[in-house]
Design a protein around this ligand. Structure first.
Ligand code: SF4
Length: 472
């Protein structure tokens, strides 16, 4: 098997595929002569590159082409209509192996569950199936792809680029119990056959086995990032995990969590074996926006309490995520966010960004039904070139009040500027010059703090703390 890592991950300024890079992937395909080429299509935000790569590959090979991943699961017809031979929806492990087996043996593959294909010009979408509840049985993910290429900056490099990384990303579970309207998790859940357990967690042993291999292979490894939507918190799981993690891995790590599931006792156990950062989505300080627009049902008290528990559990770093300045939000919602952020237990980092409308998510229909955007405008946003979508995600509104409240929220994450900003909250317009100056200072502080956090993680890996560098 050959794996091609096509371009590095960049969530701020991603670069679309260049003509040279498309030629390079075509060369690899021509050289390796694969029987089947699979494409991982997770997010619509990268479709521009996916489409170009598929087109480039199809000019160089007659191999079967097959797409999987969240976006392909929700929109299989799109790929079949553009000439891709197959799409596999949801968990692909078993169906993909069965398909490869059937194609090599020239036996019948038409009834393989989750498979989608075209027949006599018609799209055939098989029922979803071949889903395991015990996801350990899928085996471990490929940690060191032996026969790999990495294409970036108009160059191709042999080998798995991840092996030189300082951090390793691992996923412990599949699915999320929540129903946020801007996220595809709930839409994917609706596709599963009735009675399927949607949130499925690997055993602690399987996770540790994977991390032990990663620790051996990644020579510069200092940090583990658990990428689950919500880190598992089922009774007993964390106890088992903590013991084994400390014994075999013992590296600082970060997790994602949710205000509804934060638990102080479990967090303390994780902190004692290396947890340094919790990232938690709050998204809006307006209960109306959270409940009626985002379909998030935590109260203001749940959120404030979760931040208190994170602090009291001794987690070194807390990052809170907010989606601001979208068509559903009023100035009064933004003001409410400011006053909620004031009540969060410090210290914390804020990640402020916009709302991306992702195809197939519930919020898309809501925005059209409520007249926030027309269907045509929505399509133009959702299928805009990749760089345009990412710039919209990070951009700030220019409307004066919106900009001032956004900037004041941003400044609240820094203890010194926070006091200053609180002095302007009764009349932001009268203090716009001061607010803007304070915001610019805070942006610089954000960068310094980021490096401080990185140094902390490396020190921790070496068994040191800041105290080792202080004068006695
Ligand atoms: S909590 Fe996160 S992963 Fe779960 S539905 Fe909401 S946005 Fe999606």
């Amino acid at each position: 098997m050959v794996t091609v890592f096509y371009k590095d991950f960049n969530s701020i300024h991603p670069q679309p595929a260049s003509e040279t890079e498309l030629g390079l992937i075509g060369d690899i395909v021509a050289k390796e002569k694969p029987f089947m080429v699979g494409f991982s299509v997770m997010s619509s935000m990268y479709l521009e590159t996916v489409d170009k790569v598929i087109a480039a590959i199809r000019t160089r090979t007659n191999a079967f082409t097959i797409c999987g991943g969240a976006y392909a699961t929700m929109f299989p017809e799109r790929f079949l209509d553009m000439g891709v031979n197959f799409v596999i929806r949801t968990d692909g492990e078993i169906s993909l192996c069965r398909l490869a087996d059937a194609l090599t043996k020239d036996s019948d593959w038409h009834h393989i569950p989750s498979l989608c294909y075209k027949e006599d010009g018609k799209n055939i979408i098989n029922e979803i199936g071949n889903i395991l509840t015990e996801i350990d049985d899928y085996g471990l993910p490929a940690i060191d792809c032996e026969n790999a290429y990495f294409i970036e900056n108009d160059r191709v490099q042999a080998g798995d680029p991840q092996l030189g990384a300082m951090s390793y990303e691992v996923i412990v579970s599949r699915g999320c119990p929540f129903t946020c309207s801007y996220c595809c998790c709930v839409n994917l859940r609706r596709l599963f056959p009735q009675g399927t357990e949607y949130v499925r967690t690997r055993s602690a042993e399987s996770v540790i086995d994977e991390l032990m291999i990663a620790k051996k292979k990644f020579k510069k490894l200092v940090f583990i990032h658990f990428y689950d939507e919500i880190f598992p918190n089922s009774p007993g799981w964390i106890d088992k995990f903590a013991v084994e993690y400390q014994k075999h891995i013992n590296l600082p790590f970060t997790i994602w969590s949710h205000p509804k599931v934060i638990n102080g006792d479990e967090l303390k156990k994780l902190v004692s074996v290396g947890l340094v950062e919790v990232i938690m989505g709050i998204q809006s300080g307006s209960e109306r926006v959270r409940r009626d627009v985002f379909h998030r049902y935590e109260t203001q008290e749940d959120i404030i309490n979760a931040t208190r528990v994170i602090r009291e559990s001794g987690v070194y770093w807390a990052t809170y995520d907010f989606m601001l300045q979208h068509p559903f939000e009023t100035i009064s919602d933004l003001t409410e966010t400011y006053f909620l952020v004031k009540k969060l237990f410090p210290p914390f980092e804020l990640q402020l960004h916009g709302l991306n409308f992702l195809p197939g998510t519930d919020i898309v229909g809501m925005a059209i039904d409520q007249g926030k955007l027309t269907a045509r405008q929505m399509d133009a946003i959702m299928y805009a070139p990749m760089q345009e979508q990412f710039s919209a995600y990070w951009k700030q509104e220019n409307e004066l009040m919106s900009q001032l409240w956004y900037r004041m929220i941003y400044c609240l994450q820094f203890p010194g500027p926070r006091k200053e900003i609180e002095g302007y909250e009764n009349d932001p317009v009268a203090h716009q010059k001061e607010i803007n100056a304070c915001y610019e200072r805070c942006r610089k502080m954000f960068k310094h703090r980021y490096y401080r956090k990185k140094i902390h993680v490396i020190l921790r890996r070496m068994g040191l703390t800041w105290r080792h560098f202080l004068w006695k």
